[in-house]
Design a binder for this molecule. Structure first.
Ligand SMILES: [Zn+2]
Length: 158
């Protein structure tokens, strides 16, 4: 993977597409990706760990553009969103060896979106038995791995 430093692009994205007060836009405009759990910046999207993971390895692919609707997202961003989702799935499969995945979008409050104005594609590794465990503990979600450890395990693959 070749990384090319393009500060002009970053400035452009920050000025044109982000929105103050939005949690994802705020993460993007900060320079400290490790603190903000951003594991990868693509051309039009980035990948970030979920601060409140459903399971270990819970990632989100997020467009730089502050957009709430998949239908309104431009084709180039949509395409890269899915390409990064595939890459994230491969990495998680290799690193965590889950039995399955939930991959999807929650759009709108009634659909369960935590951040409603800035869409994000969840990638959640699943293991046989984890749902049973979740139902026992209800809303209290215990994840056995520290986020800093998850960060290192995922980041090294990019
Ligand atoms: Zn935003």
């Amino acid at each position: 993977m070749e990384h090319i430093w393009t500060p002009w692009r970053y400035t452009y994205i920050k000025n044109v597409d982000t929105k103050p007060g939005c949690v994802f836009c705020t993460l993007l405009s900060s320079g400290d990706d490790r603190t903000n759990l951003i594991v990868h910046r693509g051309v039009l999207n980035f990948i970030v760990l979920n601060l409140y993971p459903y399971t270990s390895g819970h990632l989100m692919v997020v467009p730089y553009k502050h957009e709430s609707s998949l239908a309104e997202l431009d084709d180039a961003t949509t395409s890269e969103l899915m390409i990064l989702a595939k890459r994230a799935q491969r990495i998680l499969q290799q690193e965590y060896k889950p039995d399955g995945f939930n991959i999807g979008l929650n759009l709108g409050r009634v659909a369960g979106a935590g951040v409603r104005d800035h869409l994000h594609l969840h990638i959640v590794p699943r293991w046989a038995g984890d749902a049973n465990f979740m139902s026992v503990i209800g809303e209290t979600r215990t994840v056995p791995e520290e986020l800093s450890e998850t960060y290192d395990r995922v980041y090294k693959h990019f």
